[in-house]
Design a protein around this ligand. Structure first.
Ligand code: GLP
Length: 261
């Protein structure tokens, strides 16, 4: 696993967006050979999305032959609710780039049969040829997508009950009222993320310091889902100075030196 330590959130986002663009260009994406990109929501990827939008507007990259799969969606939250992940993606990325609407995949949290929706999501990923690059964020408790602590690393797309921790952290988007936060979600599984050819996890800001410490120095454990990234042969953890504040000085120096080589 590579660990990149950027000075600020903004620079971490710029690096990540440019890396994604370089992968799309190298892939020489065509309609019969699309690039398949996994995407997260949350405050963390906003700087990356801003740079992707800029690069698209400047003509440096096209998303015409990119297929996206989002990580997760709340259960039984109307799609048009401002805090649904459908709304988030439209406002922060999809409305501003040249992606084809039919190439956007987001779990339907209002599906009549959510289990079936999850099974079909996996089938859609397979039909697209698998995910080339999965970009993710991490929760304060180390969750990946909505895979809460103690989720099996073998899990595929499934319905989850959110932990009280996550409900409380996410209540900031729902007028700080935990009663307004959906109690369940549909999420890709850890195995869905790790099946991608490449995985980039963004961990930015001091609130992620405990998760980063575990991700880098902790043992691989279901207690901290993000530690599963250590098992991926093309895993990159993108941090900023604030999120690495709990790392040992020796770990910090190791990864800073590695960035200059
Ligand atoms: C949510 C999402 C995760 C995301 C996490 C972190 O719970 N389901 O996919 O990684 O929040 O959010 P933020 O980036 O706002 O800290």
């Amino acid at each position: 696993m590579r660990v990149l330590i950027h000075d600020t959130n903004e620079n971490a986002g710029i690096w990540t967006a440019r890396y994604i663009v370089s992968r799309i260009l190298e892939h020489q994406a065509q309609s019969d050979r699309p690039f398949v990109l996994g995407l997260p929501t949350g405050s963390t990827p906003i700087s990356t999305y801003r740079e992707l939008v800029r690069l698209n507007k400047e003509g440096k990259v096209s998303f015409q032959n990119v297929i996206t799969f989002n990580m997760d969606e709340y259960y039984h939250l109307p799609e048009e609710h401002p805090e649904s992940y459908h709304s988030f993606m439209k406002h922060n990325l999809f409305d501003h780039i040249d992606i084809k609407p039919e190439n956007i995949n987001i779990l339907n949290g209002n599906a009549e049969d959510p289990e079936k929706e999850c099974r079909e999501y996996e089938e859609r990923i397979l039909a697209a040829g698998g995910i080339d690059l999965f970009l993710g964020g991490v929760g304060e408790n180390g969750h990946l997508a909505f895979n809460e602590p103690f989720t099996s690393f073998e899990a595929r797309t499934h319905v989850v009950a959110l932990t009280d921790d996550t409900i409380s952290v996410n209540s900031r988007f729902f007028d700080n009222d935990i009663n307004l936060v959906p109690k369940k979600a549909l999420t890709v599984g850890i195995a869905t993320v790790l099946s991608a050819k490449e995985v980039i996890i963004l961990a930015l800001g001091s609130k992620k310091a405990a998760a980063v410490k575990q991700a880098v120095e902790g043992g691989i454990s279901q207690l901290w889902p993000v530690t599963s990234l250590q098992t991926h042969k093309n895993g990159i953890l993108v941090c900023d100075e604030a999120s690495v504040s709990e790392l040992k000085v020796s770990s910090y120096r190791f990864f800073k030196e590695a960035m200059n080589k």
